[in-house]
Design a protein around this ligand. Structure first.
Ligand code: ATP
Ligand code: MG
Length: 424
C-alpha cells in the first residue's frame, strides 16, 4: 500500500457535527452583524510580512515566534495571516475606505499561528472578526459589546463573562511604563525568563503572563487604569454607563492588556470557565493609532475577533446546534423501476417544500439496509416507494423517531401531507 499523507500538526479537518456547528455559528454571527448594519469584507490569507511586524508589534508572541513566514519565488517575505485586523486595515487604507466615511465591517476565515497545539489552540484556526473605522466615541465600543452579547443570546450560550479594561492613550501608557518597570526591577529576582526579556522590550506584556508563578507579582503591580489620561477616563466611564444602560454585566480587569501592541483605550474579552486554560472566546478593543501606522490618515478604529473552534466546542458541549444540515425526509426506494419515479418525487418535494431537507437513497439496497441508512441519517420521516407502491401510485410515510403508524398516501396527496408534517 502507498504511504498515507497526513495533515499538518495543529491543522485540522472539520467534518460531521463539528462542521455543522462551524457553519451554524458563522451563519448566525453574520446574520447578527447584518442586523446591526455591518457589511462583509473578504481579505487575502497571505500578506507581506512587514504588515504584521508593523501592526502587531515586533516584540509580541505572534511576531516573535508564531508566524508562518516564507519567501515566495520572487524572494519577497510573505506571511500567512495570524489575525485579521492588520489585513483589514491595510485593505481599508489601500482602497481609501475610511476617507470621510464610516466603515462597519466583518470577516471570517482561517488564521495561522505556530503555537503548541492543544484543546482550543491550533496552528490553523478560524476567526470571525468585526472592525469599525471612523468613530472615536464609546457608543461604538458599547455597540460591539452588545452585538456580541446579542450573538450569545441567539446561540443560547450562557455563562460567558465580560472583562473590560482601558489602556489609555499612548502618552499615558509611556508614563505608566516607567512606573511599572521601576516596580518590576525591585522584584527582578522573581521574574521568569520571558518576563526578564520583556522588561527591556515590552514590559506591559508581562501583565498578560500565563505563568501562575508570576501571579503574585502581577497582582501587586501598579495598575495602568490608575494612570490613565483624563480623556481616556471619561471614555471608559461612558463605556461603562452604556453597558449599565444595556444591562450587560462586566468586570473591570486591570491586568487585561491583550497580546497585540496596537490597542489603546477600551479592551475587552469574553471568557468562559468551561474550556480550561483556553477560555477566551472573543477579544477586542480600540486601536486608534493603527490606521496611521499602516500609512493611512489618522482614523479611530475599534474591533474584535472571536475564536470559532472554541465557540463551536461550547455549542456542541451544550447541544446547542440545531439539526439544520441533517435530512428531514429520507426517500427509501426498493425494487426494479422505482428509481425513475423516486427521483421525480424527491425533486417534487424539494420544489414544493424548500425548508425540508430531502435525502434520496441512491445505489439501491434492501429495505433493511435502506432503513438503517435512513435511521443513521437523522431523518425524521422515511418516504417509502416499492414496486407495489409504484403500481398503485402511492407512497408510505413512516415516522422514524416516534412510534406512530405509517400512512399511505397517493402521489398527488403527498405534498399536502408533508406540508402538514412540516409547516413552514
Ligand atoms: P490567547 O490568549 O488564548 O492566546 P490571543 O490573545 O492570542 O488568545 P487573539 O489574537 O486576541 O487571541 O484572538 C482572538 C480569539 O481567537 C481568541 O480569543 C481565541 O478565541 C481565538 N484564538 C487565538 N489563537 C488561537 C489558536 N491558536 N487556536 C484557536 N483559537 C485561537
Ligand atoms: Mg495567543
Amino acid at each position: 500500500m502507498v504511504k498515507k499523507i497526513s495533515a499538518i500538526r495543529g491543522m485540522n479537518d472539520v467534518y460531521g457535527d463539528a462542521a455543522d456547528a462551524f457553519d451554524y455559528l458563522v451563519s448566525v454571527a453574520e446574520a447578527t452583524f447584518k442586523q446591526y448594519g455591518y457589511r462583509s469584507i473578504r481579505l487575502p490569507v497571505v500578506e507581506k510580512t512587514e504588515l504584521f511586524c508593523r501592526s502587531i508589534g515586533e516584540v509580541t508572541d505572534i511576531v516573535e515566534k508564531e508566524m508562518y513566514t516564507f519567501s515566495d519565488r520572487n524572494d519577497e517575505s510573505l506571511t500567512l495571516r495570524p489575525e485579521g485586523t492588520a489585513g483589514c486595515v491595510r485593505a481599508v487604507v489601500q482602497a481609501g475606505l475610511a476617507y470621510n466615511q464610516i466603515q462597519k465591517l466583518f470577516y471570517t476565515g482561517p488564521m495561522f499561528r505556530y503555537e503548541r497545539p492543544q484543546k482550543g489552540r491550533y496552528r490553523q484556526f478560524h476567526q470571525i472578526g468585526v472592525e469599525v473605522f471612523g468613530l472615536a466615541t464609546p457608543d461604538v465600543d458599547a455597540e460591539l459589546i452588545v452585538l456580541t452579547a446579542r450573538l450569545w443570546e441567539k446561540l443560547g450560550l450562557k455563562n460567558l463573562e465580560l472583562q473590560i479594561n482601558s489602556l489609555g492613550s499612548q502618552a499615558a501608557r509611556k508614563a505608566y511604563r516607567d512606573t511599572l518597570v521601576s516596580y518590576l526591577n525591585v522584584h527582578k529576582a522573581q521574574l521568569d525568563e520571558d518576563s526578564l526579556r520583556r522588561l527591556e522590550t515590552n514590559p506591559l506584556r508581562i501583565l498578560d503572563t500565563k505563568n501562575p508563578a508570576m501571579k503574585e507579582i502581577v497582582e501587586g503591580a501598579p495598575k495602568l487604569i490608575e494612570h490613565l489620561d483624563a480623556e481616556s477616563v471619561v471614555h471608559f466611564e461612558q463605556l461603562k454607563s452604556h453597558l449599565d444602560d444595556l444591562g450587560i454585566a462586566y468586570e473591570v480587569n486591570p491586568n487585561l492588556v491583550r497580546g497585540l501592541d496596537y490597542y489603546n483605550r477600551s479592551v475587552f474579552e469574553w471568557i468562559t470557565t468551561e474550556l480550561g486554560a483556553q477560555g477566551t472566546v472573543c477579544a477586542g478593543g480600540r486601536y486608534d493609532g493603527l490606521v496611521e501606522q499602516i500609512g493611512g490618515k489618522d482614523t479611530p478604529a475599534v474591533g474584535f475577533a472571536m475564536g470559532i473552534e472554541r465557540l463551536t466546542a461550547l455549542l456542541m458541549d451544550h447541544n446547542l446546534v440545531p439539526r439544520l444540515a441533517q435530512p428531514d425526509v429520507y426517500v427509501v426506494l426498493v425494487g426494479n423501476d422505482v428509481q425513475r419515479p423516486g427521483l421525480v418525487i424527491s425533486e417534487r418535494i424539494r420544489e414544493a417544500l424548500p425548508h425540508v431537507n430531502v435525502q434520496m437513497n441512491c445505489g439501491g439496497g434492501s429495505f433493511k439496509s435502506q432503513f438503517k441508512k435512513a435511521d443513521r441519517s437523522g431523518a425524521l420521516y422515511a418516504v417509502v416507494l416499492g414496486e407495489q407502491e409504484v403500481v398503485e401510485r402511492v407512497v408510505s410515510i413512516k415516522p422514524l423517531r416516534e412510534t406512530s403508524e405509517q400512512e399511505t398516501v397517493t402521489w398527488d396527496a403527498l405534498i399536502d401531507k408533508l406540508k402538514e408534517i412540516f409547516p413552514c
